[in-house]
Design a binder for this molecule. Structure first.
Ligand SMILES: O=P(O)(O)OC[C@H]1O[C@H](OP(=O)(O)OP(=O)(O)O)[C@H](O)[C@@H]1O
Ligand code: HPA
Length: 179
């Protein structure tokens, strides 16, 4: 796996420091609420979510959605499909969507519109990585870990064709690894 890595963007320690900061900010912002519901977007956000919730010091409930837009390629198809919906009713809840990476923004645009229609109390978005150069729609992110360049990223839960999710760091994938 290491041979396919062009460059390490963020080490394990740098990621842990950033996740801690985001967790502290969420704790501060929601300190007056009884609980929050964190919605992880499978599969990529799984690793980030697992670390993040342990840095939040108020009651956290967890649910997941699975959507599909990329398939086996490095380009978003733009068509988002729900593969797994939430298990819980989110009416009246304070919800935070947790994403690993925002690229075109089409996945989050679809998800926010979908969740907003369910009468929740509030909705915020937390993304570990943001690739603003690639944006194809207007969405606003409430918590962002790192801005990254327009390169294909893997590691810390993020895949190419289901590989590299278990790399402990965040890295740029060599072009020859996906050609
Ligand atoms: O901003 P966008 O262009 O919509 O791209 C972002 C989405 O793409 C990735 O998911 P992917 O479809 O690769 O699925 P995965 O999480 O299962 O790896 C990532 O986890 C986001 O959900
Ligand atoms: O850079 C990326 N890497 C992996 N999956 C992705 N989905 C959107 N952008 C990316």
């Amino acid at each position: 796996m290491k041979k396919d890595v062009e460059e390490i963007l963020f080490t394990k320690d740098e990621i842990a420091k950033k996740v801690k900061e985001i967790g502290m900010q969420i704790t501060k912002d929601y300190k007056d609420k009884n609980e929050i519901l964190v919605v992880g977007v499978l599969k990529g956000a799984n690793v980030f979510l697992g670390d993040l919730i342990r840095e939040v010091n108020i009651p956290v409930y967890v649910d997941f959605m699975a959507v599909s837009s990329y398939g086996q390629s490095t380009e978003s198809s733009g068509v988002v499909r729900i593969i797994k919906d939430l298990d819980t009713d989110i009416e009246g809840k304070h919800v935070i969507i947790v994403e690993d990476i925002v690229d075109t923004g089409l996945t989050l645009k679809y998800l926010t519109e979908n969740l907003m229609s369910r009468k929740l109390e509030s909705l915020k978005i937390c993304a570990l990585l943001d690739k603003p150069e690639r944006r194809k729609c207007n969405i606003s992110l409430d918590y962002i870990g790192f801005n990254i360049p327009d390169k294909f990223i893997v590691g810390y839960g993020i895949d190419y064709a289901e590989r590299y999710r278990n790399l402990p760091y965040i890295a740029v994938l060599k072009e020859e690894a996906y050609q």
